[in-house]
Design a protein around this ligand. Sequence first.
Ligand SMILES: [Fe+2]
Length: 292
Amino acid sequence: MNSDLNDVFEWGQMNEDISSNEYLKLQLDKFAISTDMQIQNKLTSDLMLRYAEMSNMLEKNNKLLTKYNEQLEDMVDEKVKDISDLQMATIYSLVKLSESRDDDTGAHIIRTSTLCKVLAELLKGKQMYKQIIDDDFVENIFKASPLHDIGKVGIPDRILLKPGKLTYDEFEIMKTHVTIGYNTLKEVRDKFPNSLFLEMGMDIVKYHHEKWDGSGYPNGVSGRDISLPGRIIAIIDVYDALRSKRVYKEAYTHEESCSILKKGSGKHFDPFIVDVFLEYNETIKDIHYKLG
Ligand SMILES: [Fe+2]
């Protein structure tokens, strides 16, 4: 339009017969258009400047928000870790206290929890357990496995510390460590009903002496009716017991212990889990050695 008016204006200047009113009108129109354009340009430029300032400010705010979020996430992670460490410290103290009568080193607790975690992670890599074992499972078995013998706190010294073989009656009393431990954890779980860690702890205590063929105790449960954490700890607990020196026996070598686990496959132990243990036995041997 501006270009059209320019044409008309130039035409008006070139044609002498155009009336002075018309010429004036054309000039006024051109001035009005030109003023409008200047105002529009000014407005556009102001708006663009304002937009650029706001974009800048938004970008700065976004960066600040991202930074605050990251700081907040770090703080939450740190607090969760603190709570988790505190939880582990409490568990270790509790278990160490309960085991102080027959194992004052606490090494069995560390070895058991670490090897349970390792075996759970190895099983997680297998098709059969891919959908069943997740990171929470691995973390919870690591934390809860030290609780497996917590019920021994209720077993008299004369039985718990007896160097020789237990009589039938003594063994019957020894077996009650499962129920004592389970009932203790159940009472705690009833106060904290949403704790998956306590649920797994109860599972571990309840099933750690059950056997694949149903000949274990206290309930004679068999096969996959024994919980998965129970089937994992059964293998690790026996492996560590075999590898440890006792008053009544020398420590077995890793190879001898593996051979005993193999013999117990499908009888005492879940055969699939034994196979995975044996497949990665060198890794397990190294970790066990490093844990002392
Ligand atoms: Fe036990």
